[in-house]
Design a protein around this ligand. Structure first.
Ligand SMILES: *[C@@H]1O[C@H](CO)[C@@H](O)[C@H](O)[C@H]1NC(C)=O
Length: 328
């Protein structure tokens, strides 16, 4: 399709764009890592592409990590966040392109250097802006269309499959990094699969992405009789709610006491980080109220929870909302 010289130029151009996209330090780290033995090399974050969950449901996933990782960090982004080329092509969202999905994956891999990072890309973006996950029941703006009633654990069943399939996708590659003495012998791919599928899990929701974490809570009751979900949920050790918010009129934070009591049984450590952008929004005053109730009721039912208010003395801004991703 292209003459050979054009291909060479294209490849050169792609290489040149790397420092701009990933930042100078990442480029330098990558240059260094290629000179090191594979056991200590940190793999750059990259798009895994489409990962299948249920036969008709799938999500694109971004992955970072090397085989020394000891747990999984699963991140659900908010509105606006997309691949950088989509953000650059959008009139408004280009202003926030530094928070593109791969850049956030890089941030997370620095924040959690001993973890596998999985960024779950929303299945579609209404008006290229409002994220929606196909495993949640949401309207076109991606707002949850349900209340705080317990419900069948569709999202949990789906996420378990998605994460297992994503892990299997990278495990053979991790297996190739194995050298000498290792918990998994070099010729046993299934061992690496099993190791990955048993590691602890941290869920991180940011902004609109927090609706996935909320959904998990509403599904816990009906997940109780399902053995594979109990096994999956037992691996969840920590959950981060980062400045949760959506366009709906309530249930931005979970306040239902029965739901929170179910959650307490899991003994998950919870970290809440908020900024004035959401919790001081006078037009959506319920967000701040619900957030305070969420934390208060979690404490009441015995959940180990921390709450951090960032940029409290600064005016509300979308910029500080995004910056919670570097501050938490
Ligand atoms: C509570 O969570 C913190 C992490 O934020 C952890 O270090 C601590 O051990 C936990 N405490 C209990 C009692 O589980």
């Amino acid at each position: 399709m292209f003459p050979r010289w054009a291909v060479t130029v294209l490849v050169a151009l792609r290489t040149l764009t790397v420092p701009r996209r990933w930042g100078g330090t990442m480029a330098a780290e990558r240059a260094m890592s290629s000179a090191q033995p594979p056991t200590t090399a940190s793999l750059p974050c990259r798009r895994l592409g489409v990962v299948q969950g249920f036969p008709a449901w799938q999500n694109e996933v971004i992955f970072c990590g090397n085989r020394e990782a000891q747990d999984h960090v699963v991140f659900f982004p908010g509105d606006v966040q997309d691949y950088i080329e989509n953000m650059e092509a959008h009139r408004d969202n280009k202003n926030w392109k530094q928070w593109n999905l791969e850049a956030v994956a890089e941030l997370l891999s620095r924040r959690f250097p001993r973890s596998f990072i999985w960024v779950i890309k929303p299945s579609h973006m209404h008006l290229k802006t409002f994220s929606c996950y196909n495993f949640l029941v949401c309207n076109t703006m991606g707002t949850p269309e349900y209340g705080d009633e317990p419900r069948y654990p569709n999202a949990l069943l789906y996420l378990r499959l998605l994460l297992n399939n994503a892990a299997r996708q990278v495990s053979s590659e991790l297996q190739q990094q194995v050298e000498g003495q290792d918990s998994c012998p070099a010729d046993q791919n299934s061992c690496q699969d099993e190791r990955l599928l048993s590691l602890p899990i941290t869920f991180v929701g940011f902004s609109k992405g927090c609706i996935v974490l909320n959904e998990i809570l509403f599904e816990l009751q009906e997940a109780k009789p399902i053995p594979e979900l109990q096994e999956f949920l037992a691996r969840v050790k920590t959950m981060y709610w980062l400045d949760g918010g959506h366009q709906g009129g309530s249930n931005t934070w979970v306040t239902n006491e029965a739901t929170l009591r179910n959650f307490a049984e899991l003994q998950v450590d919870v970290h809440v980080h908020v900024t004035p952008y959401q919790v001081n929004d006078a037009m959506r005053a319920w967000i701040g109220k619900e957030e305070r109730l969420f934390v208060k009721r979690l404490k009441k039912v015995g959940v180990n929870v921390t709450e951090t208010r960032h940029f409290e003395n600064e005016p509300r801004s979308l910029e500080n909302h995004f910056k919670v991703l570097t501050a938490f």
